[in-house]
Write a protein that binds this ligand. Structure first.
Ligand SMILES: *[C@@H]1O[C@H](CO)[C@@H](O)[C@H](O)[C@H]1NC(C)=O
Ligand SMILES: *[C@@H]1O[C@H](CO)[C@@H](O)[C@H](O)[C@H]1NC(C)=O
Ligand SMILES: *[C@@H]1O[C@H](CO)[C@@H](O)[C@H](O)[C@H]1NC(C)=O
Ligand SMILES: *[C@@H]1O[C@H](CO)[C@@H](O)[C@H](O)[C@H]1NC(C)=O
Length: 298
């Protein structure tokens, strides 16, 4: 069905072919005997790649890419960075590579990704600064107002400190109040008593001001309650996870309390028993000496 020419030297030329022309082609002689079969696939040579790199801790850089030209053909990728160092390509579908223990403080890195398919090859060079790409994952296990370091940050041999930014607002308000902190938990002293609040936390490497803030942690809703001292507002949790944890810690507290009472009561009774024993002994001794005295010849 496609416009085609057969040349005298035995070539089939398809004009304006599209992907529907893909398939098996065979060549037969005048008697209909098969001379050769070949499979036709259509596609494009590789174009430049759209590469982006994620640095979510000091020990790993993850670069991934998407084709800017849909080649429709299987491709091989060859990657390196800073000319000689390895960026290890993931197993198929081969759309990312990882750099372990990158030299973080070198100013620039060239990431070189060469895509090769049967129609050609194309090299994409990306110039990056790892210390500026450094962006922690958002803080985890956020409760009002407590959180943990992201799991992807924790396992470094030298733990790099993070700093945190907390933002909160009463539900229905559009403006956020923001506080910065280097540690969790955090006490908020100006929340609106009795109003449900929304809270989020994000993190940044504490020593490297060029690095990126993490995304905000998922929205947490919590309600402050006031103690007798009304200037300090403490949050109690609305979220099911948080209340479970609260219940858990309450149980632990109760158990601890019961334990302490038990220890106190039992040590008191032991003390009293020991004292009683001593008193008994004393009276027994007194008695015997009295008896001895009595039986002594005068
Ligand atoms: C083309 O030939 C290959 C073997 O050479 C076969 O596996 C494949 O199924 C064939 N495709 C079609 C569309 O006939
Ligand atoms: C490159 O990819 C990013 C997302 O990874 C996308 O936002 C951007 O538009 C892409 N750019 C081009 C030129 O395709
Ligand atoms: C990029 O990698 C290709 C293939 O390994 C190599 O031929 C080319 O010289 C490299 N280019 C740069 C600028 O490093
Ligand atoms: C660094 O982050 C990656 C995920 O981005 C994680 O798989 C890896 O375990 C983390 N490494 C350390 C040392 O925390």
């Amino acid at each position: 069905p496609w416009h085609h020419q057969v040349t005298s030297d035995g070539h089939l030329v398809l004009l304006q072919a599209d992907r529907a022309a893909e398939g098996n082609y065979s060549c037969h002689d005048n008697r209909g005997r098969l001379i050769r079969t070949t499979r036709l696939r259509l596609g494009h040579p590789p174009g430049l790649l759209n590469v982006s790199c994620r640095v979510s801790n000091h020990s790993l850089v993850l670069c991934s890419w998407v084709e800017s030209v849909k080649t429709l053909l299987p491709a091989q990728y060859h990657t390196s960075y800073s000319q000689v160092r390895m960026c290890v390509v993931s197993s198929p579908p081969q759309k990312q590579c990882t750099i372990t223990d990158p030299t973080m403080w070198q100013h620039y890195h060239n990431i070189n990704i060469t895509e090769t398919n049967p129609l050609g090859s194309q090299t994409t060079i990306l110039v990056v600064k790892f210390h500026e790409l450094l962006q922690p994952d958002p803080p985890e296990a956020v409760t009002a107002v407590y959180w943990t370091y992201p799991a992807s940050w924790l396992h470094d041999a030298v733990p790099f400190p993070l700093r945190f930014q907390l933002r909160y607002r009463p539900v229905g308000f559009s403006t956020w109040s923001t506080v910065e902190s280097k540690a969790s938990p955090l006490l908020i002293t100006d929340a609106l008593a009795g109003h449900a609040h929304q809270l989020q936390v994000r993190a940044q490497d504490d020593i490297n001001p060029d690095s990126q803030w993490s995304d905000w942690s998922p929205l947490l809703q919590a309600c402050p309650w006031s103690g007798e001292n009304t200037s300090v507002t403490v949050f109690s949790l609305l979220s099911p996870l948080g209340s479970e944890e609260d219940g858990g810690s309450l149980l632990i507290l109760l158990a601890l309390f019961a334990g302490i009472i038990l220890v106190l009561v039992s040590s008191l009774s032991v003390l009293m028993w020991v004292r009683q024993r001593r008193r008994d002994n004393v009276t027994k001794q007194e008695l015997t000496s009295m008896v001895k005295m009595k039986s002594m010849p005068i």
